[in-house]
Design a protein around this ligand. Structure first.
Ligand code: HEC
Ligand code: HEC
Length: 480
């Protein structure tokens, strides 16, 4: 199976080739009459890097520490840090950790994408469908001629063959297709960027430049998994039937995923709403102690957890807390807390992946997106009368140290907290809130907007905020 793809980021026009023949990395895409001519795609060369891939070949712990404090050492550390961030970005964007057997052989999503007309099953996934379920397209992976053809309306966005062409270009954010020499789809896998990147829509809605770390709140993960023609293995794992799995997946909705269902089998909250949680931002996390809504662990802990237990990548993972059969019946039954793979495609990538994630600062809100004077007043309230800063401590806006609280401390139920070994909620870092207003706030999006969050605190903590003060607090939150 082809491993991390080094051609993913370099999309150049071949100066020697007259248009409309373009070279994209090592792949050729022929544009015939402005329509993507899939049959004319010449042999697609894939490098199978195996363990020699750029990410895997990286030194496992390249951070250099110089105890002596001599000036010379600092440069080495900076270079090493820069290398790590670059490797980590490659992993975050393009690495499947060898998860293709699950998404391909087990779920057969490759067949669903292709559709019957291209050797798969069913109607196939057209670009229009892909965009409708929130998948994003990286415009820098599209050759200029293709961009022109799309603009001129000459590319059929209702044809699954076009989706296959986009996958060949490595243009679908977070989804990797592997093609054989005859040009047909052999395997699909998913990458971290699927959920934790979006695009700036600079070209068209859903098509633009990558924004790493932004939560993709358009992405309907449940609908995507629901495309699988073979959900029986998921039904078996959860001791249920396929129609029930569909019901659960349909209940997730855009921007949500349920990582815990595959550990505890709980699909719905006691009030009947889905147990899925919102995809959180993966930026602004440097200096934050515990991660995830319920504080499962550190960044490298959770990255290993996700790569192996959720994406189904190949690697080693240990967490004896999952042996607790009362809390995690599915995980205990399947020994998810003690996974040893014959080939570990995850562990060596964790150091750089962490460095990259910690390098992602929260983006600043655009000018004009909030009222600066109201925000200044809101800041005073946040630190004073409203007492928000007792938990949300600047500059991370979570607590330095143990950043966990029970549901009762913040005026909510403990259902989701009790699905974590901590039985707690993690104080959310608040920078970049403006980027993830879609889907609501708190772990399950129970508050549709920031004013509802402020109203909740006002009631829970009897803050006696006036309407104007609530607005000031909201403006401050939007300014972070
Ligand atoms: C299918 C969507 C999906 C994919 C793929 C995915 N994540 Fe996540 N990620 C989530 C969700 C949902 C959560 C919240 C989980 C929770 O709290 O239960 C999360 C949480 C996180 C967090 C914690 C953020 C915080 O606020 O502390 C980090 C870090 C993270 N993911 C990194 C990654 C990395 C790295 C990868 C690839 C190895 C990855 N994720 C793959 C959906 C995804
Ligand atoms: C006792 C500690 C505590 C106090 C005080 C507190 N928060 Fe929170 N806050 C939390 C926790 C814990 C969460 C995560 C809730 C969850 O996971 O559902 C949170 C979540 C949030 C969120 C949602 C973030 C997101 O990404 O969805 C916002 C916004 C927020 N708080 C703002 C405030 C404001 C404004 C105040 C003051 C009026 C405040 N908080 C006071 C602990 C606190």
């Amino acid at each position: 199976m082809a491993d991390p793809d080094s051609t993913g980021q370099t999309v150049e026009e071949d100066p020697a080739a007259p248009t409309p023949r373009l070279r994209v990395g090592t792949r050729r895409l022929a544009l015939g009459l402005g329509v993507l001519a899939i049959g004319a795609v010449a042999a697609v060369a894939f490098h199978s890097f195996g363990d020699a891939s750029p990410a895997a070949a990286a030194p496992a712990a390249p951070m250099q520490f110089h105890g002596s404090g001599h000036d010379g050492g600092g440069d080495d550390a900076e270079d090493a840090a820069e290398d790590m961030v670059k490797q980590g970005r490659q992993t975050f964007r393009f690495d499947t950790f060898g998860d293709e057997p699950f998404w391909t052989n087990t779920l057969k999503l490759d067949k669903a994408i292709e559709g019957a007309a291209n050797g798969g099953e069913g109607p196939g996934v057209s670009p229009a469908t892909a965009l409708a379920v929130g998948l994003k397209v990286d415009v820098t992976a599209l050759p200029d001629t293709l961009q022109d053809a799309i603009k001129a309306g000459q590319v059929d966005l209702n044809d699954p063959a076009t989706t296959l062409a986009l996958l060949k270009l490595n243009a679908v954010v977070g989804v990797k297709g592997t093609f054989n020499s005859a040009g047909s789809l052999q395997a699909v896998g998913i990458e971290c960027a699927l959920c934790h990147s979006t695009v700036d829509n600079s070209f068209a809605p859903g098509i633009g430049h990558r924004l790493d770390g932004w939560a993709n709140r358009d992405l309907n993960v449940g609908a995507i998994i629901g495309l699988s023609p073979n959900l029986q293995p998921v039904a078996d794992l959860l001791h249920t039937d396929v129609p029930t799995v569909h019901k659960v997946l349909n209940a997730w909705g855009p921007g949500k995923f349920d990582a815990e269902i595959f550990l505890d089998g709980k699909a719905f909250q006691p009030n009947g709403t889905s147990a899925a949680v919102l995809i959180p931002p993966a930026f602004g996390l440097a200096g934050v102690n515990l991660h995830t809504w319920t504080g499962w662990g550190s960044v490298p802990y959770w990255n290993a957890f996700v790569a192996i237990l959720e994406m189904h990548g190949q690697g080693n993972f240990t967490d004896a807390r999952l042996d607790n059969a009362a809390q995690f019946p599915i995980a205990a039954e399947n020994n998810f807390g003690h996974i040893r793979a014959t080939k570990d495609l995850v562990s060596a990538k964790l150091p750089a992946l962490q460095a990259y994630q910690l390098s992602l600062a929260a983006p600043k809100p655009p000018q004009g997106s909030f009222d600066p004077e109201a925000a200044a007043r809101g800041k005073v309230l946040f630190n004073g009368k409203a007492n928000c800063a007792s938990c949300h401590v600047a500059p991370t806006f979570t607590e330095p140290g143990e950043n966990l609280h029970s549901g009762s401390e913040i005026g909510i139920d403990n259902f989701q907290a009790d699905r974590s070994p901590t039985h707690m909620y993690r104080t959310s870092p608040l920078k970049g809130l403006w980027t993830h207003q879609k889907g609501g706030f708190y772990h399950d999006g129970r508050f549709p907007d920031l004013l509802s969050v402020v109203n909740h605190y006002n009631d829970t903590f009897h803050l006696n905020l006036t309407a104007a003060e609530k607005n000031d607090l909201v403006q401050y939150l939007l300014s972070l």
